[in-house]
Write a protein that binds this ligand. Sequence first.
Ligand code: EPZ
Length: 401
Amino acid sequence: MRAGGRKNAAVAVIPAALLAEGPSVLENLPDILDVHTYGEILEELGGAVRWLGKGRLEINPNSFSTYQAPYELVKRLRASYYLLGVLLARFGRAEVSLPGGCDIGLRPIDQHLKGFRALGAEAEISHGVVRLEARQLRGASVYLDVVSVGATINIMMAATLARGTTVIENAAREPHVVDLANYLSAMGAQIRGAGTDVIKIRGVSRLKGAAHAIIPDEIEAATYMIAAAGTGGDVTVENVIPKHLDPITAKLREAGAEVEENGDCIRVRGTGRPKAVNIKTLPYPGFPTDAQQPMTALLSVASGTSLVTESIWERRFRHVDELKKMGSNIRVEGRTAIIEGVERLSGAPVTVTDLRGGAALVVAGLMAEGTTLVVGIERVDRGYESLEKKLAALGARVERD
Ligand code: EPZ
């Protein structure tokens, strides 16, 4: 199968296009709900958005005029908080409703606000709306108390048009932070150090539109790799950057799968019942939290006991109750799931609790004996393009009701 563009890069570069004074063309965007939702949000804000073909989106910010993004507009998309950095940089003002708590945790934005305040903005949250205002953004040093992808990206975007130099310390190093920095640099931003924990941004007075193709989605790729390992399959995932998948590759090999890297492809072969392994989710380059749930599904049939510690999100084990309906033997204690592997899962009706938890249920269904009905699959569509088509092409017996 071929990995699509990375969801979490797409939901950052799309709003970033509004920082420019001219049109941008974004390529390799995945055909997923979150991308279409963001396109609609930009149109509602007065931007002009035009699809030029599969995965190619032209965004023209010129008619873009408002700094307000109300709740009914942003509630469908968690990543709408990136509008804060963009609107603040373009208009010196931003009023964006909070999309609300998420199914995996509270999603605080205190670090985002810490960065905006350091850049000279007044920032306050009242009645569920984040209000920012700054006569002139000025470069500043910001030390993030926690490694936050969202805060790193939001502050980096705002800093591109600030007067002076901004230094973000303890910055997130995720590949899509680098991908966004590459796009911003193509627009004329002056950014150094993306991908390390210190990012320097020298503000400029304006940015121009640019063309940018986003990086592949390593979480989509990881999901299919894990499914291959759990079903004794033999799957080649194309259009990946193997380096971005190092933690997944390492853990699948530890679990006994055969993993081969060839250029921009990765081949995974399951070799029978997986071995138990321990996982601890960490910021990049650690094991990605977004792959924790599909991995938990795989380990539910491993030979032995696995420990999975979710250090990023406080509520990212809600898929466990659903896996238990399929016969898994998992005990959650705080941030750790203790998984006693069982021989085989059995198909059952289960309900999607959140995007990656839903992906975990699909992986479990592929491994289980009998039929599994995954209810609420549209939540998985938010992050996985043509899910059943890609699975069926790999030999899975899957259909959408
Ligand atoms: C991004 O969320 C991703 N979402 C998440 O993927 C991913 O799980 C997460 O990064 C970690 O990799 C998008 O990119 C749209 P964070 P984000 O800020 O930016 C705490 C998916 O499935 N924190 O890196 O919101 C926070 O509570 C989604 O595709 C603060 O305390 O995550 C968490 O414990 C789910 N204060 C930790 O930092 C803040 O101001 C990491 O959060 C911000 C975050």
